[in-house]
Structures are given as structure tokens and as C-alpha cells.
Ligand binder design. Structure first.
Ligand SMILES: *Cc1c(COP(=O)(O)O)cnc(C)c1O
Length: 448
């Protein structure tokens, strides 16, 4: 066992070291070699050392180097050293994080993470938390809590009776809502097409004056960090407006909520603590391994009532039972890596990670503008949208950047324009990585 684990660590270390040199997108030959896995399941067992060697020898080369310093796609983030190490140890622990009695350590660490995160984001200190797979499930869980609260007030027990015959709930989203919120609404029986879509401005921010007048409590979904521009919906205005109708405000802050943990960027999150629920990802800007999302609900009773398998009610002072706050029962102990990441960074380290990534985003924008290209968004956070001319030309440059392998950026559409999206969200990215990537982008874009 010990040799095997050491071999896994040795191979991991070699992989991580190699990320510096290799192409960020896997070379097509390496992807072709994945055919090496394509065999019928054999009858006989295979020695674990051999299994590991197969994975590394065939698999490693065909991975995307998203753990490396020059991956700027999809707000992915890397993995902090302490979080990776914690993940190895937690793998050895193999705890079922569902119940306190099944794993006191992980249940306790989750509670510590709850306190730390609530303080970092400036949220109500009693907020409830659930550790889920990602922001999609965090949005789902928060909206389930909202559904419970709103229907509960009308005397309808949605967990017991379902939605058939229930009073309708108005759901409001911005025109730039993330698809994961719509998916969560569809899973909850709230429907993705019956939502009211509110017009947004040129940065994708919801226009508060475009929110229709509300006479009944509604669910209003806003976002902290538009996935294209990084822009924040005006949370203070919307929370104020929601008060009159006793509406529930949910914040999709998959990556943007982390701005609240950075004094330099906190202004973006003004008003966000006034909301009722929040979704964020630890696997994005906190740089922990996949999969790791977080749901927070100001009044934990609503989350607990919607998530606990039995109709048991929240008793103040009880030890927190992890599975009462998540859709899952058995699950891995995500809190361990979150705890390790926060413990290793500290408040200052986390603020520095956010601030540094935002500074690099501004440097990308500045460098590309200087080279004559159009930056389509106000670079307020870590996202940069750049156009290289016509839509076809832009898409061609995106393809070239991906094939070149110095760095990796995705293509997107922004309000009718094709764009390349640069998302700076890894602890591993250095100023030199930014300069090197910028040089490659400009070289590839100026090549006719
Ligand atoms: C990434 C993202 C999501 C979805 O997160 P997953 O972790 O992939 O489920 C939702 N909303 C926004 C704004 C995002 O950036």
C-alpha cells in the first residue's frame, strides 16, 4: 500500500511539474492514444501498480492542463497545494460526510468552514450551509429552500404535497441568467420558460427599474459575476425593491461571490448580504479540486426543511447534521479541502489571490487594447472579452490560441459579438505567464 501511494504521489508531482512545459490543450496524438483504454474488461485482476501506470501513461498526456498556470477557460481555477494534499489525505480517510456519527472530523470541519465563509462573504452569521457538487446544485438547493419558504407562508407544504395544486410562484431572472439557474428551476418544477426575464444593460447587469411591480412574494434570481463580463447585478437596489413584496432574493455567485473576500473588490458585492440565499463554487476561485460547490441560506431552517429526508425540524443548539443541508445523502467530504485551502491562504492570502487575478485580467485587457483589439467589457473582475475583428476572424484566433498551446481561452458570444473570453482564476498564474500568453495571443492574432 505504501509503495503504491508513494508511486501515485510521485506520478502526480511529475505531472504537475510537466504542466509548465506542455501544451495547455492536449496534443491530438495524445488524445488518439486514449484508444489504449479501449479494451473489453478482462477476467483477471490487474495489479494496482499497473492500473496506476496505465492511467498515467495513457491518460495524463490527454488531459487539459487546467491545473497549470496558463489555462484561462471557463473560470476553472487550479488546485492549491494544500487543497490537493488534503484531498489525498481525505481520499485515504474515505469518510461518508453525510452524518456526524459517520465522520465527526469532516462534520466539524464543515461547521468551521461555515463560520469562516460566512464571515469572509459578510453574510448573516447564522446562515446555513450545504456542501454540494457545484454551483448548479447550489442554485438548485437554494431555490428549493426559497420554494419551501414561499409556499410555506401560503400554508402549502411543498415537500409533502409536491407542486400539483400548489399556488404558483413568480420567478424573476435577468436576461443574462446563467443556464444553471434555469436548469435548477426546471428540476424544481418551477419551469425554465415561465420565468420573467428582466432586461440588462451593456455589461449584463439587471436593470432594477425593469423589474415588474410585485404584489405577491416572488423569487428574484440575481447574479454576482456574469460569466462573460464579471459584472454584478445591483444587489442593493434589488434587495430593497424585494422587501416591499417580501420576495426572496437568490444570488448566483459561482465565482463572483469571492470578490466579497477581497477588500479591493468588495464594493462590487454591495447589498449582497441582504439577499436570502447564495450559491458559489469552491472549485472555481477558491482553487480546490472538483467537485465543490457551496449553498448558503440566511435562515437555515428553510434549507434544512427542503433538504432533510425526514420531516424532522431544526432544533437550535443541535450539532449540525450535514445531510440535512444537501440533496445528497452519502457523499465525499468536500469541507476538508475547503478548510485546507482557507487555512493555507488565510484572509490575506485569499484576498491576494482574488486581487492578483483581477490585476492580471486588467493587464490582458490593456495589452490587447494596445495591440489594437477591442475589449468588449468593463474589466471589473477576472473576466476579459476580446474581439479580434469580424466574428469569423475572432473565432479563427480563438482556434489558433487553443491549438498553439501556450495558453487556453474559450470562445463566447457577447450581446451579438463573437469574443474570446479570458478568465484569470488560478493561484498558479504569474505575471510572466500573463506576458507570455499575451505575446502568444498578439502573435497569433496578427498572423494573417
Ligand atoms: C460556473 C457557473 C455556474 C455553474 O457552476 P457549476 O459548478 O459548473 O455547476 C453557475 N453560475 C455561474 C455564474 C457560473 O459561472
Amino acid at each position: 500500500m505504501e509503495d503504491l501511494i508513494q508511486e501515485a504521489v510521485r506520478r502526480s508531482a511529475r505531472y504537475l511539474k510537466g504542466l509548465e512545459q506542455r501544451s495547455v490543450a492536449p496534443p491530438p496524438e495524445a488524445v488518439k492514444r486514449l484508444g489504449g483504454f479501449d479494451a473489453p474488461l478482462q477476467d483477471e485482476p490487474t495489479a494496482p501498480m499497473r492500473v496506476l501506470a496505465d492511467l498515467d501513461d495513457i491518460g495524463s498526456a490527454a488531459t487539459v492542463a487546467s491545473a497549470g498556470p496558463r489555462y484561462f477557460g471557463f473560470v476553472t481555477g487550479g488546485t492549491l497545494p494544500a487543497a490537493l494534499a488534503a484531498s489525498y489525505l481525505a481520499g485515504a480517510w474515505d469518510q461518508n460526510a453525510a452524518f456526524h456519527v459517520a465522520s465527526p472530523t469532516t462534520a466539524f470541519l464543515e461547521e468551521i468552514c461555515r463560520r469562516w465563509l460566512v464571515a469572509l462573504f459578510g453574510l448573516p452569521p447564522g446562515a446555513g450551509i450545504g456542501f454540494v457538487t457545484g454551483a448548479t446544485m447550489a442554485n438548485f438547493s437554494a431555490l428549493a429552500a426559497a420554494r419551501h419558504a414561499l409556499l410555506g407562508r401560503l400554508g402549502w407544504d411543498v415537500e409533502a404535497r409536491g407542486l400539483f395544486g400548489a399556488p404558483p410562484i413568480t420567478v424573476i431572472v435577468g436576461a443574462e441568467v446563467h443556464v444553471s439557474v434555469l436548469k435548477a428551476l426546471s428540476l424544481l418544477g418551477l419551469g425554465r420558460e415561465r420565468v420573467i426575464r428582466v432586461a440588462t444593460d451593456g455589461q449584463g447587469r439587471m436593470r432594477p427599474e425593469a423589474v415588474p411591480p410585485l404584489t405577491e412574494p416572488a423569487i428574484i434570481c440575481i447574479q454576482a459575476g456574469n460569466v462573460n463580463t464579471g459584472a454584478f447585478d445591483p444587489a442593493a437596489d434589488i434587495c430593497e425593491l424585494a422587501k416591499a413584496s417580501d420576495s426572496w432574493v437568490h444570488v448566483d455567485g459561482a465565482f463572483g461571490l469571492w470578490a466579497a473576500a477581497c477588500p479591493d473588490r468588495r464594493f462590487l458585492a454591495a447589498g449582497i448580504p441582504e439577499a436570502h440565499s447564495w450559491a458559489t463554487d469552491a472549485h472555481k476561485w477558491l482553487n480546490v479540486p472538483y467537485d465543490s460547490g457551496i449553498v448558503l441560506v440566511a435562515d437555515p431552517r428553510h434549507l434544512q426543511a427542503s433538504m432533510s429526508a425526514s420531516a424532522a425540524y431544526f432544533i437550535a443548539g443541535d450539532a449540525r447534521e450535514p445531510s440535512h443541508y444537501t440533496p445528497e445523502l452519502s457523499r465525499r467530504a468536500r469541507g476538508v479541502e475547503i478548510w485546507a485551502a482557507l487555512r493555507s491562504l488565510g484572509r490575506l492570502g485569499l484576498a491576494d489571490l482574488i486581487e492578483r487575478n483581477c490585476r492580471y485580467a486588467r493587464r490582458f485587457a490593456e495589452g490587447l487594447k494596445l495591440a489594437g483589439y477591442d475589449v468588449l467589457n468593463e474589466v471589473v473582475l477576472n473576466q476579459v472579452l476580446v474581439s479580434f475583428g469580424t466574428p469569423d476572424r475572432t473565432r479563427q484566433v480563438v482556434r489558433r490560441v487553443q491549438e498553439d498551446g501556450t495558453c487556453w481561452c474559450g470562445g463566447t458570444e457577447w450581446q451579438g459579438h463573437a469574443a474570446m473570453r479570458i478568465s484569470v482564476s488560478s493561484w498558479a498564474t504569474t505575471g510572466e505567464d500573463v506576458e507570455r500568453s499575451l505575446r502568444a495571443m498578439i502573435r497569433l492574432a496578427s498572423d494573417r
